[in-house]
Design a protein around this ligand. Structure first.
Ligand code: ATP
Ligand code: MG
Length: 566
């Protein structure tokens, strides 16, 4: 990333500057007080969190101003596009909670109209067929400090241009043999105005128009006209198009388009510890570094959904980071915070032991099962209560026991006491080991006078740990996901490949986890807080009846922030 980190307060202007522009237009009556935006993805990959930002912005503006927002596939490059992406993009936008109603459009639906516009330009002497090679065109273009050179084909007659363009359309040439260019200014300080390409030859089938066309319009040409045809008022795009705006306006002005939208640029969302380029995400998929576009470590919407992120939290995050006019990098911790913040309100608390060790309460009767009452969500009274079984043999976390603890260890250790959540205070009496010295069982006694919520005893202990009754436990696999990259800026070092910064510990699979029995009914996609362990969600792909797989959505605290401050 080339962008420098900017002070967040500085990058987030006090009032969303886009709304200020819209308010101005509404005051002057430029668009008759209408707000009509669009989200224009190219169907060449899955949507990621950056797209989510743009979706929230475009659909959000429409909602706020009681306007409309279209979904338009910007499918002008047949080489990279695919229907798989057309489907996934719609699923993801719906899941985020937005609705384009009947306004689903494809730029390819306008190919006929675009062609007519190209003819208008040619007839006006504002476009010509160039026959230089791609290399020559690049050479003639000049540099930001030196003007370009005019092509020897630039002054072809209107008739000749019309005839050649017709032949281009009829498939009489090979890719790259000719190209249609706008005739603007080869010495413009804005490189985009140095006779930009309008149409190129691509003898390739298109996923919607099939073999009907072998010439395809360039993005800058097609985009403004698509906006104009759909009556878009505010064409919101990312900052790298700022220098394209004069071209956007030039095309619309030259063909005297009946409707002329306003292009507005904002800074794209960049997240620390994350790559967002579709090309790089595709590489991660193709090289099997991740398990598909929806691998829960990916920054795609489909991956976030599978991981247990909620649409509300993503929308809150988009709102919270605001709209900036200067590029910067947002700490991924802010996204994780938004996820926790929402899950805290909606996820029921349950007890789950990820690294189990057996604990036996030696003075507890055999064959007795007590049903203890547990609160589902202290943040939400309506979530109610449930019963959890307690018995003589339990599982606790290995990390909640230490044979030789440091001074401030308030969990279980020989001779020490701890409270079992919702149950009793227990005391460690003995540790049973196997021949290799591994702990097999921890033997404890319990104090029957200390039952949670029931006892008059005001005996207090410093630690409370979670547990699961052994005979009632559900077996589960738990996948502990962490950040995919261990560098804040994986693409920042141009001498290194971003793959060098893959975090080798980004996935840890635990196959021997024990869950409380209330989780027997958990369905794919259900979300929980495993007490003391984080937020988890039932995986939609790998879960099987009787053996659920849980994805860790996010830890309870930002462990990375702590590490970085050390
Ligand atoms: P590319 O054009 O390189 O394939 P893209 O990220 O521009 O990738 P598009 O499908 O063209 O992908 O993007 C659709 C819309 O989403 C565009 O309006 C674009 O500006 C917006 N968008 C893409 N990435 C981000 C981002 N990181 N932050 C905000 N908006 C983004
Ligand atoms: Mg794009």
């Amino acid at each position: 990333m080339e962008e420098k980190k900017v002070n967040e307060n500085e990058s987030n202007l006090p009032k969303n500057f886009i709304k200020e522009i819209i308010d101005e237009h509404n005051k002057s009556g430029r668009f008759n007080n209408k707000v009509h935006t669009r989200f224009p993805p190219e169907p060449n990959g899955y949507l990621h969190i950056g797209h989510a930002k743009s979706i929230c912005l475009n659909f959000g503006l429409a909602e706020e101003y009681k306007g409309k927002c279209n979904l338009r596939f910007d499918d002008t490059n047949p080489v990279k596009e695919d229907v798989e992406y057309v489907e996934s993009i719609q699923t993801d936008i719906r899941w985020l909670g937005f609705d384009w109603e009947k306004r689903l459009y494809f730029a390819s639906d306008y190919f006929e109209q675009f062609y007519e516009y190209a003819l208008v330009l040619i007839r006006k002497g504002k476009a010509y067929v160039d026959s230089l090679s791609a290399d020559e065109i690049r050479e003639y273009r000049g540099t930001p400090t030196e003007p370009g050179k005019e092509s020897p084909y630039r002054n072809r007659s209107v008739e000749e241009n019309l005839e050649l363009f017709e032949k281009m359309k009829n498939g009489e040439f090979k890719d790259g043999e000719h190209i249609l260019r706008a005739k603007i200014d080869m010495s413009s300080p804005n490189m985009n105005l140095r006779d930009p390409a309008v149409y190129r030859i691509r003898n390739t089938s298109h996923h919607r128009t099939g073999d009907k066309w072998c010439i395809y319009p360039m993005y800058d040409f097609a985009h403004g006209f698509s906006d104009s045809i759909e009556g878009i008022t505010h064409s919101v795009c990312t900052l790298e198009f700022e220098n394209h705006r004069p071209l956007y306006d030039w095309f619309l002005d030259e063909v005297e388009a009946p409707h002329h939208p306003q292009q507005i640029e904002f800074a794209r969302l960049n997240l620390s510890f994350t790559v967002m380029s579709k090309r790089k995400l595709l590489q991660l998929v193709n090289e099997n570094i991740v398990d598909g576009w929806d691998d829960p470590r990916m920054p795609t919407i489909s991956a976030y959904r599978r991981r247990g992120y909620t649409p509300e939290s993503i929308r809150n995050f988009a709102e919270e980071v605001g709209v900036a006019k200067r590029n910067g990098v947002i700490d991924v911790g802010r996204l994780e915070y938004a996820i926790r913040d929402h899950l805290n309100k909606i996820a029921n608390r349950v007890m789950a032991v990820i690294n189990p060790v057996k604990l036996v309460i030696i003075n507890y009767p055999e064959n007795v099962v007590e049903e203890l009452e547990a609160i589902n969500n202290p943040e939400d009274e309506t979530a109610g209560k449930r019963k959890i079984p307690f018995s003589k043999e339990l599982f606790i976390e290995q990390t909640d026991f230490m044979e030789d603890p440091p001074r401030k260890f308030f969990r279980l250790s020989p001779g020490k006491e701890v409270r079992l959540r919702y149950a009793y205070i227990i005391k460690c009496e003995d540790v049973i080991k196997d021949d290799d010295g591994n702990i097999k069982e921890i033997h404890c006694t319990y104090d029957p006078e200390t039952k949670s919520g029931m006892s008059n005893s005001n005996r207090k202990v410093k630690g409370t740990i979670h547990w699961v009754s052994a005979q009632h436990a559900i077996e589960a696999e738990v996948r502990l996901y962490d950040r995919l990259f261990n560098s804040e800026d994986p693409t920042g070092d141009k001498k290194k490949d971003f793959l060098e910064f893959i975090n080798p510990d980004s996935l840890e699979i635990k196959t021997d986890c024990k869950l409380e029995p209330s989780l027997a009914d958990a369905k794919a996609g259900d979300k929980f807080q495993f007490e003391r362990n984080g937020y988890f969600c039932v995986d939609t792909r790998y879960s099987k009846p009787g053996k659920p797989v849980f994805n860790r959505t996010v830890t309870l605290r930002d462990t990375w922030a702590k590490m970085q401050n050390k």
